[in-house]
Design a protein around this ligand. Structure first.
Ligand code: ADP
Ligand code: MG
Length: 567
């Protein structure tokens, strides 16, 4: 039975296998290794995943969603057509599509996966990813941190000894890891990041610029128009990675808004985001105890690192150019397969040892003796950030008032002195014998495994009684709920893969129709009808030619160099 590796990205997802020659990326029905992490309801009730859904964000905004990785670990429902979905259910639909691609590749079924998650995902978010796997019918015994996966893919074939930094800026998250490699041991020295910072924020900078210039009030426009603006912002942003300026035009409420944005304008407007990138970088460097000039290589990961301003920032900070022979979008995906190889103890990887760290501090809250206010609580770290995992640490605490008979151990994650500013992961209650303040001792032990799962044990030293809790937090769904949702999701069918390419092209045509005007629009309409007839003709078994022809003319339409008036 095969195990697959999955990079479940905010923007794009990939599926891979550990094959004889090493990591191999599996293609989707469109022949691409990147599958957009977008889910949509099709008119026939099936679910679309990937490119076709991505196109329909514009034409069917109520029935299509992307970016839901940002919601993983929350209870925020996402409305899709008539039904509310949990973020892990949406992710599970992406996973199911990737699983299908892998099964098509192997010719047999797949039931196990290793999935990558941002290093900075907290316990709740990790549980949500595991839940998504389960909902997709995949056993997920192991998660791997995205920068660690990228490091595995990069480090395997490179230098014997190396100190390197992984700079991963995807669509929605930013992760930095500093690693050291000697012989076959790869060690993560430090990880830091920001779960709410990515390429999308740079897109939003462009959207804001356009809105400001043309007095568009974003909160007041229809979802369809908003999605068109996002798409426009995205394409201007991407264009500015290779061109020095980009023009735009968009119809908002009957008004044509057009203009140009230069790279300089864009970079100036992005200054705040660039500042936010510095904090995790500086923290990772400080925690790694490696000086910036000792870092030999900088590996850029994530599509957003294609922006020149990111490359400049990295060059300035480290005094050297980042490596650019690697594809930033596929490195994590390739690395998840290496992790599969490690798990299956493949002989090719016999000597490779990878150690990872816990990227944030875990602790509990205690009375702050240094505070003037006697009820003030303060964070008491038990496992400090960037400790090598797996790890188990304990601390002894005492009761705070006379005749106290219960101790509540709240479990927090984060770096803030004030517990309320950190993330509350859960709590554990323990009975203690009534005694004077400070006379009863409680030992609290935190054990953190390689997947980022935390087990907490508390013991009253005089009663010798132990309370234990593997964090099953309040916001992720319980086992039974998961089973119920699994059954429900089974009734949802994915759009058939053999029609995926036609569907993606149709969706793209409809999107271009929605974005254009006048005679171009009529022309696209005609093309769409013609293409529909061609592919619905039962005698036409090989639609490859039609696909290619239609796709080429859509390319022309999209580049706007094509003027239908001339026909
Ligand atoms: P994720 O890990 O979030 O799925 P990816 O690594 O696929 O993300 O990166 C997606 C992000 O990269 C998007 O925000 C996208 O706009 C951005 N991106 C891709 N190519 C370019 C480019 N040429 N210039 C600027 N940004 C790009
Ligand atoms: Mg990514």
């Amino acid at each position: 039975m095969a195990i697959i590796g999955i990079d479940l990205g905010t923007t794009n997802s990939l599926v891979s296998v550990w094959a004889q020659q090493g990591s191999e990326l599996i293609k989707n029905p469109l022949g691409k290794v990147l599958t957009p992490s977008v889910v949509g309801l099709n008119d026939d009730g099936t679910v679309l995943v990937g490119q076709a859904a991505a196109e329909r964000l514009i034409t069917h905004p109520q029935e299509t969603v992307g970016d839901f990785k940002r919601l993983m670990g929350t209870d925020s429902p996402v409305r899709l057509g008539k039904r509310d979905f949990r973020p892990e259910e949406l992710s599970s639909l992406v996973l199911r599509a990737l699983k299908g691609d892998a099964e098509n590749y192997f010719g047999f079924s797949v039931d196990e996966a290793i999935i990558s998650v941002p290093a900075y995902f907290n316990d709740i978010q990790r549980k949500a990813v595991m839940g998504a796997g389960k909902l997709a019918g995949l056993k997920v015994e192991r998660l791997v941190n995205e920068p660690t996966a990228a490091a595995l893919a990069y480090g395997l074939n490179e230098l014997e000894e190396d100190r390197f930094l992984i700079f991963d800026l995807g669509g929605g998250t930013f992760d930095v890891s500093i690693l050291e490699k000697y012989e076959n041991i790869m060690e993560v020295r430090a990880s830091a990041g920001d779960n709410y910072l990515g390429g999308n924020d740079f897109r939003d900078v462009v959207v804001q610029m356009i809105a400001q210039r043309h007095d568009i009030i974003l909160a007041e426009i229809a979802p369809e128009v908003y999605n068109r603006l996002l798409r426009l912002g995205e394409s201007v942003k991407v264009a500015l990675s290779s061109a020095h300026e980009s023009s735009y035009h968009i119809l908002v409420g009957g008004k044509l808004c057009e203009g140009r944005i230069t790279r300089e304008d864009f970079e100036q407007a992005s200054a705040g985001l660039i500042r936010s990138l510095r904090a995790p970088l500086e923290r990772a460097i400080a925690d790694s105890l490696i000086a910036p000039e000792e870092i030999e290589n900088i590996v850029l990961v994530g599509g957003a690192t294609r922006m020149p301003l990111i490359r400049r920032l990295v060059t300035r900070l480290f005094g050297k150019l980042p490596l650019c022979h690697l594809n930033p979008e596929t490195l994590v995906g390739l690395g998840t397969a290496v992790q599969v190889g490690l798990k299956s103890r493949d002989h090719m990887l016999e000597d490779v040892v990878m150690t990872d760290v816990c990227p944030y501090t875990l602790g509990t809250d205690v009375l702050d003796h240094m505070s003037a206010n006697e009820n003030d609580m303060v964070m008491s770290p038990i496992i400090e950030r960037n400790a090598v995992v797996p790890i188990s640490r304990s601390r002894i605490y005492t009761t705070s008032y006379d005749r106290q008979d219960k101790v509540r151990i709240s479990i927090f994650q984060g770096e803030n002195l004030r517990p309320e500013n950190n993330i509350l992961l859960g709590a554990l209650d323990l009975d203690v014998p009534k005694n004077g303040a400070g006379e009863e001792e409680v030992e609290v032990r935190f054990t953190y495994d390689v997947n980022g799962a935390l087990e907490v044990e508390a013991q009253s030293l005089s009663l010798k009684k132990v309370e234990r809790k593997v964090l099953r937090n309040e916001t992720t769904i319980s086992g039974e709920e998961l089973d119920r949702r699994f059954d429900e999701l089974q009734s949802i069918k994915l759009h058939p893969r053999e029609r995926a390419e036609s569907k993606a092209l149709l969706a793209r045509g409809e999107r271009i129709y929605a974005e254009s005007l006048g005679s171009k629009r009529e022309y696209v309409h005609g093309l769409l009808r013609q293409f529909e007839t061609q592919i619905s003709d039962q005698r036409n078994r090989n639609t490859l030619q039609e696909h290619e022809a239609f796709s080429e003319v859509l390319d022309l339409m999209e580049r706007s160099v094509f003027d239908p008036e001339q026909f």
